[in-house]
Design a protein around this ligand. Sequence first.
Ligand SMILES: Cc1ncc(C[n+]2csc(CCOP(=O)(O)OP(=O)(O)O)c2C)c(N)n1
Ligand SMILES: [Mg+2]
Length: 358
Amino acid sequence: MAVAKTKADDQGAQSVQAAPDAVERRPTFDPEEIAGPVPDFTKEMELKALGQMLLIRRFEEKSGQMYGMGLIGGFCHLYIGQEAVVVGMKLAMRDGDQMITGYRDHGHMLACGMAPKGVMAELTGRRDGYSKGKGGSMHMFSLEKRFFGGHGIVAAQVPLGTGLAFANNYRGNNGVCVTFLGDGAANQGQVYESFNMAELWKLPVVYVIENNRYAMGTAVSRSSAQTNFAKRGTSFAIPGRQVDGMDVRAVKAAGDEAIAWCRDGNGPYILEMMTYRYRGHSMSDPAKYRSKEEVDKMRTEHDPIEQVRQRLLAKKWVSEEQLKELDASVRAVVNEASEFATHDPEPDPAELYTDVYR
Ligand SMILES: Cc1ncc(C[n+]2csc(CCOP(=O)(O)OP(=O)(O)O)c2C)c(N)n1
Ligand SMILES: [Mg+2]
C-alpha cells in the first residue's frame, strides 16, 4: 500500500506568513458591489449545477480525509469554496471547447466529466489513475474530455491555453479554450506575453482569473499593484469583467458572453471571478494568515452550494428530502471512487521506464 510522506510543501506551509497588521487589506468581498441582475436558472439547470458542485465538494472532502490517512502523497490543493466557478464556466462551454488550469485542478477534471475513480486512483498513485499513478494531483489529462491539465508551475498553463486557442484558429474548428489561473499567477510575466499574442492574433481564449484573495499565504493587496484583475488586459485592449464567482448563475451568464465574444472571432476575454477557498493553500497549510471570522463569513453568507439549495427550496422545486437523497447519491459515487482508489494496485515497477521522453 502506498504510504504518503508528509513533507514540507514547497507549494505551501513553510513560506506562508501572517500578513503584517500595518498592511491595509482590501475589504471582504462584497458581491453586491460587482453584481448586476443575474438571470435565473431553470429547475433543470439549478439541479445540474447543484449535482456538479456537490460532487466536487464531497470529492474534495474525501481527498482531504484520505490525505490525512496517508493514502495520498505529495501535494494536494483542494477547491472547496470555488466550485461555482468551474461549474458555471463548464455550463457555458460547448462540446469540443478545451479547459486547462493549474494545480488546484480536481474540480476542473470532475466538471469536464472525467471519472471520479480515475481521478482518485491517480491521487493515491494507483495504476488505474489518469496518469497510471505516476502523475498525482497536479498532473492529469484527458484528451477525450478536452482537459489539458493539471500544471504545477504557476501560470505555465496560460501560454499553453493560448497555444490551444491558436490551434483552434489554425484548424478553423470554432473551439474556445477556457484557461484558468489564480490571482497570484496573474502577476507572472508569461501571462502578459500570452495576452499580447492572444489579442494580436485574435485567439479564442477566455482567461478566467480565479481571485480567491490569496496566493499561498499572501493576500492580494500585498502582492498586486492592480487588484482589479479584470483590468489586467487593458494595455492589450482585451475586455474584462468582474463576476460574483460564488453565484453559479452569474458565472454561467458571464461565461456565455465571454465565450460568444471569442467564438465570434473578436479575440480573448478576461473574467475575474471573485471567489474564496475555504481550506488552506494545500493540505499542509494551517492558514494562519486570515481570521476564522473571515472564513466563516464567506461560508455562511456566500456558499455557492447553499445558494442553489435555498433557491430550489424557496421555489418549492424540491423538498429537503430530495436534497438529502441527491447528497446521498453523490456521497455514494465518491465513496465508491475512494474504495477503488484504496484497493487498486500500484503501478508495476517496469512502468518507471514508460512514458519517459528523452
Ligand atoms: C513558477 C512558480 N513559482 C512559485 C511556485 C510556488 N507556488 C505554488 S502555488 C503559489 C501561489 C499561487 O497562487 P494563486 O495563483 O493565487 O492560485 P491559488 O493557489 O490561490 O489557487 C506559489 C507561489 C510555483 N509552483 N511555480
Ligand atoms: Mg489565489
